[in-house]
Every structure is written in structure tokens, then in C-alpha cells.
Design a binder for this molecule. Sequence first.
Ligand SMILES: Cc1ncc(COP(=O)(O)O)c(C=O)c1O
Length: 390
Amino acid sequence: MVISQDQLAHFNSLKTPFYFYDTQLLERTLNFAKSEADKYGYILHYAMKANVNDKVLQAVHAHGFGADCVSGGEVQKAIDAGFSADEVVFAGVGKSDDEILTALSHDIFCFNCESIQEIQVINELAAQEGKVAQIAVRINPNVSANTHAHISTGLKENKFGVNMSEMDAVLEVIAASKHIKLVGIHFHIGSQITDLSSYKNLCVRVNQIQEWFVARHVALEFINVGGGLGIDYYNPEVNDVADFKAYFAIFAEFLELRPGQKVHFELGRSIVAQCASLIARVLYVKEGETTNFMILDAGMTELIRPMLYQAYHKINNLSAIGTTLASYDVVGPICESTDTFAKGLELPLSKRKDIIEIKSAGAYGEVMASNYNLKTLHRSVYSDEVSVVI
Ligand SMILES: Cc1ncc(COP(=O)(O)O)c(C=O)c1O
């Protein structure tokens, strides 16, 4: 997305910081993801954890996605946003009894279970409620996602899923649980995956795992391969929509399905990341001994990814028009040294009150905002309302 002069004029009249959503780009992304998935009859769930902004959820729901939730709060939010319960899945290593009861009360499509104990608890609670809960077992496939260690989830050392070595015991527990029905298996190997060969490796591993189930005469209605498709944080203007074509084609080529078996996906970042920027103002430019500090009114309280995962976000000064460049450490106002978006960044000569855009912030941005230091994040702005406001 590229911010227009009209939009910049509007931003200048507003209090910062705020998130700016490009609703047209979101539409384009959703249309492309859905049409590529439809080619193969794949079922898409949107990973709510990426962004639960109401307008985003409306758009996602309108394009026929289900919801992938990781808490009772997300399950409730999905239902409130209009997602039908039979398109809601619920994952997470630590589902509390209350969260399980919330999901049972809505008769959600499936619990993605991550431990034997969890399966037993869901069975007990479903019995108490007089229900039968559909479950998928989340399996840790020990496949590398070739991504940042903090967002890798499918390796032995990660806390997620059940190992194949425990699977005989899992099947015994399921067989003895009258209020559980096993309907699928679930995988999610990590996030911001740009090396698509990781997905080929996942398919190969899933095929082996399927053989294991077939040998035990266990029929699986679906395979859920999770999400994780990465986006281009370095060239967001050029690659503003993720390569869903290549992504789904890998599964079509390498995943071996049994007759009637469906494939489910849980995409978060690739759906929403490019559709929003964090808009901030320069409060001060301070000359340090070794560097200049550009101090923004937005910090880790609005967008924590750079501080949490050393994530890169492209930063533009929308107000600066000169060609002279200077080097800046772009930092926030929070009383923590880690509150730094970028170090030694070359930007046009910048001054107090310039408007700064931090791009590709639609996923794991607004949803992770906190009010640490009692900071205020202002109301989000949407591209389809800017022309009305001006
Ligand atoms: C179980 C599960 N599914 C889906 C996702 C969505 O991942 P992404 O936003 O990378 O597509 C996550 C995120 O970590 C997850 O934990």
C-alpha cells in the first residue's frame, strides 16, 4: 500500500499513534487467497490471533473463512463476529476448563488437542455437558520452519503438540473416551515461513504419519496443516499480497489424501499483515554522541514485534520531501531501552511533527498493543473512510 497525499493530509489532522488499514488491499488479499484455495477445495480458517479488529473480522468472514482460535475469548469473539460455530476451531496448549466450556457451549467444529491430559479433560467436561466434542490431535512433526526461533513451533523442543511416540497412548485414551470423537490431525510448524520447501517437508512427514493411522484403521476426515505463510517485510509495496498460488500448489502436489479427506488451513499473517501501517509522529530528533535518535510517539506499546522478535518493518517518513539522508535510531517513548524500531536507519532529514509510517503492521500489531506506561493508542483509520472524512 502507498499512502496518498490526501491520506497524509488527513493523518496530519489526527492524533497519533494509530493504525491505518487499507481495506481495498485486504479485499484483494482475501479474494486471491480464497480463489487459489478454492481451486483445490481447501478450507480456510483465519487465525484470529493475528488481528481481531472488527472491520478486519467482518471482511474475513464475508469471504467465507472459518475462524482459528487460541482462547475462549477468541472463540467468543469469532461467534460474536458472525462466524458460524461449525467453522470454528480451537487450538492452544493451555485451554482452561472455562475456555473449554465456552467452546462446548457453542458446539464448535473442532478442538485441536495438544496433550493426553487435555483430551481427558475435554472428555470429562463434554460428559458433564452431555455432548460429544470433535477433536483433532495436534502432532509435533519435528519439521523445521526455517524461521526465527521464537516463532518456530514444530520442533521437538517446542511446547506444542503431541509427539508420535505418544500416539499409541493417545489412541487408547480416545478409544476409552465416549464424549470425544477423533476427526482429524493438526499441524502448525511456525510463522513467517518464506522458504516454501518447509511446507514440502511438512507434507512428506504428514504422508508418513497418515500411513501410521491407516495401519491402525483410524479414518481421518481432515488434515489441518495450520498456517505460517510469510510475507515480504522488505518490499511491501512490490509484494503486497502473499504468494498463495505457490503456497497452495505445494500442498496439492505433495500432500497425499485419502478418499473424501479435506485439507484445512489456518492463515493469519499472510491475510492481514500488509493491510495496515502504524502511523506515528516524530516527537523529537535528538543528536546522540554516536547516532541520532528519532523519538516517535509510538513504541513497543503499539507494535512490539521489533522488540520481541527483532522483526524488521520498513519505515517511511511520509512528511519529508528532501533528498538529503541522515542516519537515525528510530525509537519509541517507552521507558525501556529495548523500545527501538530500527538502528542506523537512513531516512530523509526528519524533523519534529513529521508523520512516520511503519509498514506491514497488520498482523501481530494492534492485537498485541498494551497500555504499559498508560499509553493511548488512538482509533484506527480505514482507507474506505478517509475520502469521506476529507
Ligand atoms: C495453531 C496456529 N495456527 C495458525 C497460526 C497462524 O500463523 P500465521 O499468522 O503465521 O499464519 C498460528 C500462529 O502462530 C498458530 O499458533
